[in-house]
Write a protein that binds this ligand. Sequence first.
Ligand SMILES: Cc1cc2nc3c(=O)[nH]c(=O)nc-3n(C[C@H](O)[C@H](O)[C@H](O)COP(=O)(O)OP(=O)(O)OC[C@H]3O[C@@H](n4cnc5c(N)ncnc54)[C@H](O)[C@@H]3O)c2cc1C
Length: 200
Amino acid sequence: MRLFFIFSGGKDGLVSWDIHGQTFDRVVIARQPSEAARLVKHSSFAVLPRAHDWLTKAQRIQFSAITTVYLQAPHHSAPTTPCWHESGPGMPAQFVFDRGQLGDRPGLLAFVVSASHGERDQLEEEVQAQAIAQLGLGITQVVQTVIEKRATFACTPGLQRPPMRIADGILACGDYIDGPYPATLEGAVISGIQAAEALW
Ligand SMILES: Cc1cc2nc3c(=O)[nH]c(=O)nc-3n(C[C@H](O)[C@H](O)[C@H](O)COP(=O)(O)OP(=O)(O)OC[C@H]3O[C@@H](n4cnc5c(N)ncnc54)[C@H](O)[C@@H]3O)c2cc1C
């Protein structure tokens, strides 16, 4: 979907925006940075200096992957849920969730690798070895591996994150907006509240 923002003057000197024939005096874009940037890029206000600066910052954002490897353990003694594990070379997972204790079938474990690198086969092998080394599991079977390549924005040193305001009456919110947190639910909620408060 593409939205067109058209400046339409507005009552009492207020700016208003036309989106698919409907008029709004405030717009909040609550999407991932790449989607928000796509909208802004194709908008009528993209040429304004503030919006251009916002777009440049949003387009520079890089992403990190999160991989979840689901293993089936035949004779599994369940770890606490959730369970933290020390990651390191050859041991990529930081968390393991016992899906059996969450209502799934017994022995199904979800290993989560934040900021994951490498290929699927390699990650699966490493996680299986990690399950043996850290949980004392025997032979496990890979049930499924989900790699989300653009799971979170990469919060790297010196990163200039886009601000909440894009143009008059156009705001953005999300975890990637300039703020005190990396890619977290808390950062996203704070940004959403700030955008809602800025509407009035
Ligand atoms: C696998 C995984 C595990 C995570 N674990 C944790 C954790 O343990 N703790 C933590 O704090 N954070 C975690 N995060 C990060 C957290 O989920 C994000 O920081 C947070 O969801 C960001 O919220 P947001 O509102 O900025 O963006 P999102 O939650 O990404 O919301 C953007 C919304 O825009 C919608 N959208 C996209 N394109 C369009 C379109 N074209 N039209 C309409 N809508 C569109 C999407 O469907 C989505 O609903 C995790 C993320 C992932 C992927």
